[in-house]
Design a protein around this ligand. Structure first.
Ligand SMILES: Cc1cc2nc3c(=O)[nH]c(=O)nc-3n(C[C@H](O)[C@H](O)[C@H](O)COP(=O)(O)OP(=O)(O)OC[C@H]3O[C@@H](n4cnc5c(N)ncnc54)[C@H](O)[C@@H]3O)c2cc1C
Length: 587
């Protein structure tokens, strides 16, 4: 079974040294969230993840969730762990104190999300969609709905789901068939089938609150006629107690490649009573509140799984002896495989991507908080634009890199990685869903190029690049070569952006065929930007913690030499256009 030590030192480094964003520091309610408090939280988080959640990964994989006589049973150990999880208050970490939450910023809860993803993604999913539902309800529901449902969700006694997908309606939500018929008492009765619903049914909580998109009888077809409804598994009485069973039942649960401990359900709605959330026919807008934050969290899933894969590959490479390295000092027998240049390269590749991503994620968490909580509307809007630009990037790049990193970890283990004993292949299988759900990575890339580069507030991408250039205008001989490399790649990204904006006018296939590459170039530049901010601290504070900072500088050096340059190849290949692709006739 893989082992895991939560990277608290790196997280605290980010919290202590990179929390220098002026706008973030101006948020009144977070002024008291100091280093000591955060360290305590992360140390407790590390304990529960390392000791209680991590063992569930294997148990969930070997004993998948089952549907038995109409009841969905989670794997052995899940119930006990969940009870402890909610008793310790982990579901309430980032929620509003008004509903019983602890009011921690995303800069802290993202670290917890990463740890939980490393320990067991399957287990994490039971609480993850609850936080998504919490966000959606708290933004769009009436006070009476909020007061009735949110305190229970915050405490983890009730969980949440997000019900979009149907058999013939995946990416294209306009195709949905689930109907909602209005009742005289202003409730709705929903009928239809939803599939692939994460945590759609299970035995961990007293109630499950489904957020369902459906079409009201008099609504237009397509995405303009979609509304959002809250449909509880058990109806809730006016005094908040649980009433009778609603018309939602579990048809089956999916048998899957990975995340086998997570219940992925087919849900049948038969005249199920629902309450409309937000305005009629604007359901997708409301649902996107949940999905946008959720997309960042899916990116963090990729990061968390990468971290545990890397940690185990590193340990294994220090234990396994095979062959002699080029500089072997051994006179008899083989060297540890970590002595081989290619293994070292692979480990550094993983490490440099993971630490860069963590720093980028920390920046994005700050921007998210500014977009939600800053007192100045203009500042909020600018941060919101950056978050919207970077959300598809983090979702796609982190999860794609998760595939690369789990595959590399398996390669380091050789045959012992491919076989089941060490649990490394499970990480690869568990991560494989992350580029698919919450909008496939290709859909994220299309969203980025067609909708996010420029919006009603102007040229977001160029505003972002101006910010990067401004923040990287740093003096110092040691940091200069890194900045030179970044600037070179910013130029490439700028040329790529001009090409995209030109082609978008009348060569849309060129843009569609280039969008995945564009997303990767932006992701690499954004990660390099985060590395520059890390390096600035390393060179400035070097003497105070030489070992830690030297490690960071060497890791960054690898990133700038070996990872960032991938951007140029993406640019060159993507800008060859799409005629030769679109004209190809498959037999
Ligand atoms: C384990 C698991 C858990 C899930 N959890 C949930 C959940 O909790 N709630 C929920 O509602 N759904 C959930 N889903 C569904 C998931 O979000 C969808 O599978 C995903 O959105 C893709 O839809 P699809 O599978 O129908 O693929 P399709 O939409 O049929 O796409 C097939 C392929 O075509 C590509 N494609 C589609 N449209 C375009 C386009 N316009 N341009 C270019 N390429 C395109 C896609 O990128 C993909 O590669 C889950 C799925 C799984 C497997």
């Amino acid at each position: 079974m893989p082992t895991y030590i939560a990277p608290v030192e790196d997280m605290m480094f980010l919290f202590d040294k990179l929390r220098n964003n002026k706008n973030y520091n101006e948020i009144e309610k977070y002024k008291e969230i100091n280093s000591e408090l955060v360290k305590n939280i992360l140390e407790e988080a590390a304990k529960i993840n390392q000791n209680i959640i991590l063992p569930l990964a294997k148990s969930g994989d070997e004993n998948p969730t089952i549907l038995e006589n109409g009841v969905v049973r989670t794997p052995p150990g899940y119930k006990e762990a969940y009870t402890k999880f909610i008793e310790d208050g982990w579901t309430s970490l980032s929620c509003d104190p008004k509903y019983g939450g602890q009011g921690m910023p995303k800069t802290v809860s993202s670290f917890f999300d990463e740890m939980l993803s490393s320990a067991s993604l399957s287990f994490k999913l039971y609480s993850e969609l609850s936080i998504g539902a919490y966000n959606c309800i708290s933004h769009h529901a009436t006070d009476s709905i909020k007061n009735k449902f949110l305190p229970q969700i915050v405490q983890g006694k009730w969980s949440g789901t997000m019900c979009l997908t149907e058999p013939a309606c995946g990416t294209d939500l306009g195709l949905l068939k689930t109907k909602a018929v209005e009742q005289p008492d202003e409730t709705y009765k929903l009928s239809g089938q939803k599939i692939f619903i994460t945590s759609g049914d299970h035995d961990l909580t007293e109630n499950i609150i489904h957020l369902v998109i459906a079409r009201a009888s008099d609504s237009p077809s397509g995405t303009k006629g979609i509304s959002l409804f809250l449909v509880p598994k058990f109806l809730v009485k006016d005094d908040g107690s649980i009433g009778s069973r609603n018309g939602v039942s579990t048809g089956s649960i999916e048998s899957k490649m990975g995340i086998k401990g997570s219940a992925t359900c087919v849900l049948n709605f038969d005249d199920a009573i629902g309450y409309m959330i937000g305005p009629k026919n604007k359901g997708l807008n409301s649902m996107f509140t949940m999905m946008n934050l959720e997309r960042i969290v899916v990116g963090i899933q990729g990061l968390g799984i990468s971290e545990i894969a890397y940690q185990n590959a590193l340990s294994y490479s220090k234990e396994r002896k095979q062959g002699k390295s080029n500089n072997s000092k051994s006179t008899n027998g083989a060297d540890y495989i970590i002595e081989h240049a290619d293994i070292k390269r692979s480990l550094l590749n993983m490490k440099s991507i993971i630490e860069g991503e963590r720093a980028l994620c920390f920046w994005l968490s700050q921007q998210t908080e500014v977009s939600l909580n800053h007192s100045d509307e203009k500042v909020r809007q600018e941060a919101s634009d950056f978050v919207s630009l970077m959300t598809p990037v983090v979702k796609s790049m982190f999860t794609d890199m998760g595939m690369e990193i789990t595959s590399e970890a398996m390669q380091i283990y050789g045959g012992y990685g491919y076989t089941k004993d060490q649990g490394i292949e499970q990480l690869y299988r568990d991560n494989r869903i992350t580029p698919i759900y919450e909008g496939t990575n290709s859909v994220q890339a299309a969203d980025l190029v067609f909708r996010k580069l420029v919006n009603k507030n102007g040229d977001i991408i160029n505003r972002y690049l101006d910010l990067v250039k401004k923040e990287c205008n740093i003096d110092g001989d040691k940091i200069k070569p890194f900045i030179k490399e970044l600037n070179y790649h910013i130029e490439i990204l700028s040329k790529f952006t001009v090409w995209i904006k030109e082609k978008i006018q009348n060569s849309k296939d060129d843009v569609s065929a280039a969008c995945n590459d564009y997303l990767k170039v932006l992701g690499l530049v954004a990660t390099a930007h985060s590395w520059i901010k890390v390096l600035e601290v390393c060179f400035k504070d070097y003497e105070s913690n030489k070992k830690f900072y030297e490690d960071k500088i060497q890791t960054a050096n690898f990133f700038f030499n070996r990872v960032l340059p991938r951007a140029e190849s993406h640019f060159k290949t993507a800008t060859t256009g799409s005629d030769y692709i679109m004209n190809f006739k498959f037999n």
